[in-house]
Design a binder for this molecule. Structure first.
Ligand SMILES: [Zn+2]
Ligand SMILES: [Zn+2]
Length: 274
Protein backbone atom coordinates (compact mmCIF):
# COMPACT_ATOMS: atom_id res chain seq x y z
CA UNK A 1 0.00 0.00 0.00
CA UNK A 2 1.26 3.45 -0.88
CA UNK A 3 0.13 6.92 0.18
CA UNK A 4 0.67 9.85 -2.20
CA UNK A 5 -0.14 13.37 -0.97
CA UNK A 6 -1.39 14.86 -4.24
CA UNK A 7 -2.35 18.27 -2.90
CA UNK A 8 -1.35 19.71 0.46
CA UNK A 9 -2.45 23.32 0.23
CA UNK A 10 -5.00 25.46 2.01
CA UNK A 11 -7.97 27.06 0.21
CA UNK A 12 -5.71 30.01 -0.71
CA UNK A 13 -4.16 29.54 -4.19
CA UNK A 14 -0.49 28.61 -3.88
CA UNK A 15 1.95 28.03 -6.74
CA UNK A 16 3.62 25.18 -4.83
CA UNK A 17 0.63 23.41 -3.32
CA UNK A 18 -2.49 22.08 -5.00
CA UNK A 19 -5.76 21.83 -3.09
CA UNK A 20 -6.47 18.99 -0.68
CA UNK A 21 -6.34 15.55 -2.32
CA UNK A 22 -4.71 12.30 -1.26
CA UNK A 23 -4.21 9.09 -3.20
CA UNK A 24 -3.99 5.63 -1.65
CA UNK A 25 -2.71 2.99 -4.06
CA UNK A 26 -3.49 -0.51 -2.84
CA UNK A 27 -3.98 -3.95 -4.42
CA UNK A 28 -3.83 -2.42 -7.90
CA UNK A 29 -6.52 0.15 -7.10
CA UNK A 30 -6.26 3.94 -6.81
CA UNK A 31 -8.49 5.48 -4.16
CA UNK A 32 -8.79 9.26 -4.32
CA UNK A 33 -9.66 11.19 -1.18
CA UNK A 34 -11.03 14.67 -1.95
CA UNK A 35 -10.73 16.62 -5.18
CA UNK A 36 -9.07 19.94 -4.39
CA UNK A 37 -7.70 22.43 -6.88
CA UNK A 38 -5.41 20.84 -9.49
CA UNK A 39 -6.18 17.26 -8.50
CA UNK A 40 -5.91 15.85 -12.02
CA UNK A 41 -2.59 17.58 -12.69
CA UNK A 42 -1.14 16.07 -9.53
CA UNK A 43 -2.75 12.68 -10.27
CA UNK A 44 -1.08 12.71 -13.70
CA UNK A 45 2.28 13.27 -11.99
CA UNK A 46 1.54 10.23 -9.81
CA UNK A 47 0.79 8.09 -12.90
CA UNK A 48 -2.91 8.06 -12.09
CA UNK A 49 -5.90 9.84 -13.53
CA UNK A 50 -9.67 10.04 -13.86
CA UNK A 51 -10.05 6.71 -15.62
CA UNK A 52 -7.82 5.00 -13.05
CA UNK A 53 -9.69 6.06 -9.92
CA UNK A 54 -11.42 3.04 -8.46
CA UNK A 55 -13.43 5.15 -6.02
CA UNK A 56 -13.51 8.81 -5.07
CA UNK A 57 -14.04 9.41 -1.35
CA UNK A 58 -15.15 12.84 -0.15
CA UNK A 59 -14.59 13.86 3.45
CA UNK A 60 -17.00 16.82 3.19
CA UNK A 61 -18.43 19.27 0.72
CA UNK A 62 -16.41 22.39 1.54
CA UNK A 63 -15.41 23.95 -1.78
CA UNK A 64 -11.65 23.50 -1.29
CA UNK A 65 -12.19 19.71 -1.11
CA UNK A 66 -14.46 19.38 -4.13
CA UNK A 67 -13.52 22.27 -6.40
CA UNK A 68 -12.15 19.97 -9.13
CA UNK A 69 -14.70 17.18 -8.71
CA UNK A 70 -16.38 18.34 -11.91
CA UNK A 71 -13.05 17.95 -13.75
CA UNK A 72 -12.82 14.34 -12.54
CA UNK A 73 -16.38 13.67 -13.74
CA UNK A 74 -15.89 15.24 -17.17
CA UNK A 75 -12.49 13.74 -17.88
CA UNK A 76 -13.47 10.24 -16.78
CA UNK A 77 -16.50 10.42 -19.05
CA UNK A 78 -14.96 12.15 -22.06
CA UNK A 79 -11.75 10.06 -22.06
CA UNK A 80 -13.40 6.66 -21.68
CA UNK A 81 -14.07 4.48 -24.73
CA UNK A 82 -16.78 2.61 -22.81
CA UNK A 83 -19.32 3.38 -20.11
CA UNK A 84 -17.20 3.69 -16.99
CA UNK A 85 -19.29 4.71 -13.97
CA UNK A 86 -17.52 6.69 -11.26
CA UNK A 87 -18.10 5.47 -7.72
CA UNK A 88 -18.28 8.28 -5.18
CA UNK A 89 -18.47 7.79 -1.43
CA UNK A 90 -19.19 10.77 0.79
CA UNK A 91 -21.22 12.15 3.67
CA UNK A 92 -24.96 12.70 3.45
CA UNK A 93 -25.46 15.46 0.89
CA UNK A 94 -23.06 13.90 -1.62
CA UNK A 95 -25.91 12.63 -3.84
CA UNK A 96 -27.38 16.14 -4.09
CA UNK A 97 -23.93 17.60 -4.71
CA UNK A 98 -23.31 15.09 -7.53
CA UNK A 99 -26.71 15.79 -9.06
CA UNK A 100 -26.05 19.54 -9.04
CA UNK A 101 -22.56 19.08 -10.48
CA UNK A 102 -24.12 17.16 -13.36
CA UNK A 103 -26.67 19.95 -13.79
CA UNK A 104 -23.82 22.47 -13.95
CA UNK A 105 -22.16 20.36 -16.64
CA UNK A 106 -25.36 20.04 -18.68
CA UNK A 107 -24.20 22.36 -21.50
CA UNK A 108 -20.83 20.66 -21.86
CA UNK A 109 -22.39 17.20 -21.79
CA UNK A 110 -24.77 18.29 -24.56
CA UNK A 111 -21.96 19.73 -26.71
CA UNK A 112 -19.91 16.57 -26.50
CA UNK A 113 -22.81 14.19 -27.09
CA UNK A 114 -23.77 16.17 -30.20
CA UNK A 115 -20.20 16.30 -31.49
CA UNK A 116 -18.84 12.75 -30.91
CA UNK A 117 -20.70 9.97 -32.72
CA UNK A 118 -19.08 7.27 -30.57
CA UNK A 119 -20.00 8.96 -27.31
CA UNK A 120 -23.66 8.25 -26.71
CA UNK A 121 -23.94 8.01 -22.94
CA UNK A 122 -23.98 10.63 -20.23
CA UNK A 123 -21.55 10.57 -17.28
CA UNK A 124 -22.54 7.77 -14.94
CA UNK A 125 -21.98 8.24 -11.21
CA UNK A 126 -22.81 5.82 -8.46
CA UNK A 127 -23.09 7.51 -5.06
CA UNK A 128 -22.79 5.89 -1.67
CA UNK A 129 -23.59 8.18 1.25
CA UNK A 130 -22.14 7.21 4.61
CA UNK A 131 -22.24 8.37 8.16
CA UNK A 132 -19.90 5.61 9.33
CA UNK A 133 -19.03 1.92 9.03
CA UNK A 134 -17.46 -0.19 6.29
CA UNK A 135 -17.95 1.46 2.89
CA UNK A 136 -15.89 -0.82 0.68
CA UNK A 137 -14.49 -4.33 0.97
CA UNK A 138 -12.60 -5.77 -1.99
CA UNK A 139 -9.40 -7.72 -2.79
CA UNK A 140 -8.47 -7.83 0.89
CA UNK A 141 -8.89 -4.07 1.22
CA UNK A 142 -11.34 -2.59 3.67
CA UNK A 143 -12.31 1.08 3.77
CA UNK A 144 -14.24 2.30 6.80
CA UNK A 145 -15.71 5.69 7.59
CA UNK A 146 -16.52 7.49 10.82
CA UNK A 147 -18.16 10.83 11.55
CA UNK A 148 -15.76 13.68 12.33
CA UNK A 149 -16.25 17.09 13.91
CA UNK A 150 -15.81 20.08 11.59
CA UNK A 151 -18.86 21.87 12.96
CA UNK A 152 -20.64 24.02 11.94
CA UNK A 153 -19.89 22.13 8.72
CA UNK A 154 -22.00 18.96 8.91
CA UNK A 155 -21.92 16.13 8.19
CA UNK A 156 -18.27 15.26 7.67
CA UNK A 157 -16.48 11.91 7.65
CA UNK A 158 -12.96 10.52 7.87
CA UNK A 159 -11.75 7.26 6.36
CA UNK A 160 -9.45 4.39 7.18
CA UNK A 161 -7.96 1.97 4.63
CA UNK A 162 -6.83 -1.44 5.92
CA UNK A 163 -4.85 -3.93 3.87
CA UNK A 164 -2.85 -6.84 5.26
CA UNK A 165 -1.32 -5.49 8.43
CA UNK A 166 -1.19 -1.88 7.15
CA UNK A 167 -3.55 1.00 7.70
CA UNK A 168 -3.90 4.62 6.63
CA UNK A 169 -6.33 7.17 8.03
CA UNK A 170 -7.51 10.22 6.10
CA UNK A 171 -8.83 12.49 8.83
CA UNK A 172 -9.91 15.47 6.72
CA UNK A 173 -10.83 18.78 8.35
CA UNK A 174 -11.81 18.02 11.92
CA UNK A 175 -11.06 18.85 15.50
CA UNK A 176 -10.15 15.91 17.76
CA UNK A 177 -13.23 13.72 18.25
CA UNK A 178 -14.39 10.21 18.97
CA UNK A 179 -14.67 9.33 15.26
CA UNK A 180 -11.04 10.26 14.64
CA UNK A 181 -9.93 8.33 17.73
CA UNK A 182 -11.79 5.29 16.45
CA UNK A 183 -10.32 5.49 12.94
CA UNK A 184 -6.80 6.16 14.19
CA UNK A 185 -6.57 3.33 16.72
CA UNK A 186 -3.15 1.67 16.14
CA UNK A 187 -2.99 3.02 12.56
CA UNK A 188 0.31 3.13 10.69
CA UNK A 189 -0.33 6.52 9.14
CA UNK A 190 -2.68 9.33 10.11
CA UNK A 191 -3.09 12.10 7.52
CA UNK A 192 -4.58 15.21 9.11
CA UNK A 193 -5.44 18.76 8.06
CA UNK A 194 -3.55 21.05 10.43
CA UNK A 195 -3.38 24.72 11.21
CA UNK A 196 -0.68 26.55 13.14
CA UNK A 197 -2.65 28.30 15.79
CA UNK A 198 0.08 30.76 16.76
CA UNK A 199 0.53 31.94 13.17
CA UNK A 200 -3.18 32.21 12.44
CA UNK A 201 -3.67 34.21 15.63
CA UNK A 202 -0.93 36.63 14.55
CA UNK A 203 -2.77 37.55 11.35
CA UNK A 204 -5.40 40.17 12.25
CA UNK A 205 -8.08 39.10 9.77
CA UNK A 206 -11.40 38.21 11.46
CA UNK A 207 -12.44 35.70 8.79
CA UNK A 208 -9.17 33.83 9.27
CA UNK A 209 -9.68 33.67 13.04
CA UNK A 210 -12.92 31.80 12.37
CA UNK A 211 -10.97 28.75 11.11
CA UNK A 212 -9.41 28.16 14.54
CA UNK A 213 -12.46 26.50 16.04
CA UNK A 214 -13.06 23.81 13.42
CA UNK A 215 -9.62 22.50 12.47
CA UNK A 216 -7.02 20.51 14.37
CA UNK A 217 -3.95 22.48 15.34
CA UNK A 218 -0.54 20.82 15.10
CA UNK A 219 -0.84 20.01 18.81
CA UNK A 220 -4.41 18.67 18.43
CA UNK A 221 -3.24 16.34 15.64
CA UNK A 222 -0.33 15.23 17.83
CA UNK A 223 -2.68 14.54 20.72
CA UNK A 224 -5.00 12.42 18.55
CA UNK A 225 -2.03 10.51 17.16
CA UNK A 226 -0.58 9.90 20.63
CA UNK A 227 -3.90 8.81 22.15
CA UNK A 228 -4.56 6.34 19.32
CA UNK A 229 -1.03 4.92 19.17
CA UNK A 230 -0.49 6.00 15.54
CA UNK A 231 2.99 5.24 14.12
CA UNK A 232 3.30 8.21 11.77
CA UNK A 233 1.49 11.57 11.61
CA UNK A 234 1.35 13.24 8.19
CA UNK A 235 0.34 16.89 8.40
CA UNK A 236 -1.32 18.24 5.28
CA UNK A 237 -3.71 21.02 4.09
CA UNK A 238 -1.38 23.31 5.99
CA UNK A 239 -2.83 26.64 7.10
CA UNK A 240 -1.15 29.03 6.68
CA UNK A 241 1.28 27.54 4.13
CA UNK A 242 4.64 27.09 5.86
CA UNK A 243 7.52 29.26 4.74
CA UNK A 244 10.19 26.95 3.30
CA UNK A 245 12.58 26.04 6.08
CA UNK A 246 10.01 26.39 8.88
CA UNK A 247 8.66 22.83 8.62
CA UNK A 248 10.65 21.92 11.73
CA UNK A 249 8.55 24.36 13.78
CA UNK A 250 5.35 22.56 12.76
CA UNK A 251 6.93 19.25 13.72
CA UNK A 252 8.19 20.56 17.07
CA UNK A 253 4.70 21.69 18.06
CA UNK A 254 3.20 18.24 17.41
CA UNK A 255 6.27 16.58 18.95
CA UNK A 256 5.54 18.28 22.27
CA UNK A 257 2.67 15.81 22.76
CA UNK A 258 3.38 12.91 20.33
CA UNK A 259 6.22 10.42 20.34
CA UNK A 260 5.80 8.90 16.84
CA UNK A 261 7.23 10.03 13.53
CA UNK A 262 5.95 13.32 12.07
CA UNK A 263 5.99 14.42 8.45
CA UNK A 264 5.03 17.82 6.99
CA UNK A 265 3.65 16.83 3.61
CA UNK A 266 4.48 18.43 0.28
CA UNK A 267 2.63 17.73 -2.96
CA UNK A 268 3.45 14.33 -4.46
CA UNK A 269 5.20 12.98 -1.40
CA UNK A 270 5.06 9.17 -1.49
CA UNK A 271 5.03 7.02 1.62
CA UNK A 272 5.27 3.27 1.23
CA UNK A 273 3.60 1.12 3.87
CA UNK A 274 5.04 -2.19 4.97
ZN1 LIG B 1 -13.47 22.04 5.51
ZN1 LIG C 1 -10.43 22.24 3.94
Amino acid sequence: MKLITLGTGSPIPDPQRAGPATLVRVAGMDFLFDCGRGVLMRAAAAMSGPAAFHTVFLTHLHSDHVTDFNDVVTMRWAMSPIVNPLRVVGPVGTAAFVERTLAMLEFDIGYRLAHHADLNWEPAIEVIETSGGVVLELEGVRVSAAPTNHRPVEPTVGYRVDFDESSVVIGGDSVPCEGLDQLCLDADIYVQTVIRESLVKSIPVPRLQDILDYHSSTVDAGNTAQRAGVKKLVMTHLVPAPWPGTEGEWIDEAKSVYQGEIVVANDLMEIELP
